[in-house]
Design a protein around this ligand. Structure first.
Ligand code: ADP
Length: 376
């Protein structure tokens, strides 16, 4: 574990970049430092690998003061990824990734073998190996940066705004990839960003910092959203805090109803039986069980259905995998006020009303509240 203990950094010109910061960074998880520009995030990150030395306080790694070991040994245990990847422009992708293993004395073949393995791990096609960085997109370069940082298999990864320079869609892909890599490799990651949504998405723990290098709050994302420590944190979180918090509540708790679901080839009797259930709308599915749209219950008859005349079903949520936020979104997107639950293959597993989602939200809030209290 990395422990930052009462650390202050004053630069020679008198700027206090970090002010008595204490943080316990848990192993094998992603800790995000987030806050407005100039609040001391990068300085904090760089003190962890001693690119910047603290003015006061200590940083320990597994209980040992990081100043007690040679700086090169320390840095070898910490991969470092920066914005725009910082690749060596005159080296191929493969040799960029192989840089640290080569420095560690690995043979060229072994280092390149390792680099190929990492290209696959970070989702880079093997055909890119011989290219140079300028021949890659921003997102691909960023993946190379991550692969290079992982090359010597360091237990710690320090990432400084690694995805800030790429467009939102590529960025989402990189975030998902990082979460996957983290789950597979169990690295301890310290991640700097100014984007609170990114922090909430990828952080196991999130440290919100404010100008002057002060820690405003250190908590898991769900807790930041439910209990911001003060007005600064609340402002920084932005709008829709309540709705965004719902992404931490699984949809598994929702009981889906199958009665209002009817296949497109249903007989008059089957439709009558569905109608008897009393729901105002029936969801019509195709023969594979995928949703086509809603019909007012009393208007549906057996025989050919014109999908264009059905009401839209919004975006289905994957029951159990997605959150109550996705379920709520589904109810809001359909004019019927009902959301459609599907399995991983997109087949309807049941439907749920806005009212039932609201009920589940209330229950989740009540339980979440209790859990937080129990946790202290
Ligand atoms: P962030 O990463 O949150 O944007 P930084 O850690 O880069 O913040 O900077 C924190 C503060 O320290 C800022 O006011 C910045 O101008 C100042 N600072 C950063 N590096 C230096 C330096 N080498 N010399 C003087 N001031 C610095």
């Amino acid at each position: 574990m990395i422990r930052i203990d009462s650390v202050t950094k004053r630069y020679p010109d008198g700027t206090t970049a970090v002010d008595r910061l204490s943080l316990e960074i848990p192993d094998r998880s992603i800790t995000v430092l987030v806050g407005p520009s100039g609040c001391g995030k990068t300085t904090t990150l760089r003190m962890i690998n001693r690119m910047v030395e603290p003015t006061e306080g200590t940083i320990t790694l597994d209980g040992v003061d990081i100043t007690r070991q040679p700086v090169n040994t320390l840095r070898r245990s910490m991969g470092y990824v920066i914005q725009n990847a910082g690749l060596f422009q005159h080296r191929t992708i493969l040799d960029n990734i192989a840089t640290v293993p080569r420095l560690l004395g690995w043979s060229k073949d072994r280092a390149r073998g390792r680099a190929r393995e990492l290209m696959e791990r970070v989702g880079l096609d093997a055909s890119l190996a011989r290219r140079y960085p300028y021949q890659l997109s921003g997102g691909q370069q960023q993946r190379v940066g991550v692969a290079r940082a992982l090359a010597a298999d360091p237990p710690v990864l320090l990432m400084d705004e690694p995805f800030s320079a790429v467009d939102p869609i590529v960025r989402k892909g990189l975030q998902d990839e990082l979460l996957r890599i983290q789950a597979e490799l169990g690295k301890t990651i310290v991640f700097v960003t100014h984007d609170i949504d990114e922090a909430i998405k990828i952080g196991t723990m999130v440290a919100v910092m404010r100008t002057g290098g002060h820690l405003a709050q250190y908590a898991p994302p769900a807790e930041l959203l439910s209990d911001p420590a003060d007005d600064f944190v609340e402002d920084f979180l932005g709008t829709d805090r309540g709705i965004r918090r719902l992404s931490f509540f699984p949809s598994a708790a929702l009981e889906l109803q199958t009665q209002p679901v009817v296949a497109v080839d249903a007989t008059e009797q089957q439709i009558a039986a569905r109608r008897a259930f009393g729901a105002p709308y029936l969801l019509v599915t195709d023969l594979a069980g995928k949703p086509l749209g809603w019909s007012p219950a009393d208007e549906l008859t057996a025989g050919p259905v014109d999908p264009a005349r059905l009401l839209p079903y919004g975006r289905p949520f994957v029951h159990g995998r997605e959150s109550l936020r996705a379920a709520l979104d589904g109810t809001v997107l359909s004019p019927t006020g009902w959301a459609v639950g599907v399995d991983g293959a997109g087949r309807v597993t049941g439907v749920v009303s806005q009212q039932a989602v609201a009920e589940a939200i209330r229950t989740a809030h009540a339980e979440g509240h209790t859990a937080e209290k129990v946790a202290g």
